[in-house]
Design a protein around this ligand. Structure first.
Ligand SMILES: [Zn+2]
Length: 342
């Protein structure tokens, strides 16, 4: 009985929904000809380093793990635009294949892994980019309509259209709060492939997608995550989340010193540089401009947090002319907190 009541209180982790629409209708809603620049996770060899137990455990005061380091000279800078701070992450498992018992990893396993990743210290070093951690919402599984089955490809527009359809159907587990933009990550099933799947394991779109029918202020950012084993899904998901948070509209944190055709976001610099820090799946590192290293935070650091909070109060006052609608409300609290504290 105890487990039953626990389950009733916490509710399902993944909610299955039918959207009462067709793929054609989903496509028809997406503005034709609109382009969505993307930051992608390219396919490539995995550079995995298992975290030695002592490092993973944070012995000797270590609260980070440094996997193989890619670009010591990389210079990630802020471009004056938006960051997505404390933006909740919404997983949308697309396709009835997710409903099959034989699908592995299952939606529930991916949801649990994402919950573990976000509940941990993984995002805590994003504080240097003025980004607070994300929480995971109850996931949604869209069992109708299906994405185009292989060998057909799921287009960028299909992904955007699906997210809009889910928002319009009001099928997210709780209302989209206007001051809490969310990050929707569409996870494809084994029998579907995105049109860039030959080069990418996943991507996030630059540019907020307004959800006009529900609430003119509701905004979401969108990413897609290709199918694969749990390691691949999780390293792709982590990569896209940290990049969406630090560069949601293409005007946040990135290294474009090599020109606009060669933009690196904080995940790209550390591509496929992953480790299992004790979760049982791979976690991909991201670039720490502060340390000029690819990092995977393993433990929370109060020292890190308070130092950056103080920095924020100074930086924020220098950035007051920048439109920060997407995260201003959340950040104001932080600045006030700092002022009071220091
Ligand atoms: Zn990327």
């Amino acid at each position: 009985m105890a487990s039953k009541s626990t389950r009733a209180r916490s509710g399902p982790k993944v909610k299955a929904v039918r959207l009462n629409t067709t793929l054609e209708q989903i496509r028809a809603r997406v503005e034709p000809g609109r382009t969505y620049p993307q930051g992608i996770v390219p396919l490539g060899p995995e550079r995995v380093r298992r975290a030695p137990r002592r490092e993973a455990a944070g012995a000797g005061g270590e609260d980070k793990f440094f996997p193989p380091n890619a670009g010591a000279h990389t210079h990630v800078t802020f471009h004056g635009g938006t960051v997505a701070s404390n933006a909740p992450v919404q997983l949308i498992f697309w396709g009835s294949a997710w409903h099959h018992a034989s699908t592995s990893p299952s939606a529930a396993v991916v949801h649990d892994a994402a919950a573990k990743l976000l509940a941990g210290a993984f995002m805590s070093d994003l504080v240097q980019y003025d980004v607070g951690r994300s929480a995971l919402r109850t996931s949604v599984m869209v069992i109708d309509p299906d994405p185009p089955p292989k060998p057909l490809l799921t287009s960028d527009d299909d992904i955007i259209g699906l997210v809009l359809a889910v928002l319009r159907a009001n099928e997210l587990p709780d209302p989209v709060s206007p001051d809490r933009p969310i990050i929707c990550a569409v996870v494809l099933p084994p029998n579907a492939a995105e049109e860039h799947s030959d080069v990418a394991a996943g991507a996030h779109f630059w540019g907020a997608i307004p959800d006009i029918p529900i609430d003119p202020d509701a905004v979401t950012w969108v990413a897609w995550i290709g199918n694969g084993d749990l390691d691949r899904i999780m390293r792709t998901l982590g990569h896209e989340i940290v990049e969406t948070c630090t560069n949601p509209n293409g005007d946040g944190w990135m290294d474009d010193s090599a020109g606009s055709d060669d933009v690196d976001e904080i995940g790209d610099i550390c591509n496929a540089s992953s480790a299992d820090i004790g979760f049982g799946f791979l976690v991909e590192s991201y670039w720490s401009q502060e340390e000029h290293k690819c990092v995977i935070p393993t433990h929370f650091s109060l020292r890190r947090l308070f130092r950056h909070r103080l920095d924020f109060s100074i930086n924020r006052s220098l950035r007051t002319t920048v439109p920060q609608r997407s995260h201003a409300r959340g950040k104001v609290d932080w600045v006030l907190d700092v002022s009071t504290r220091f």
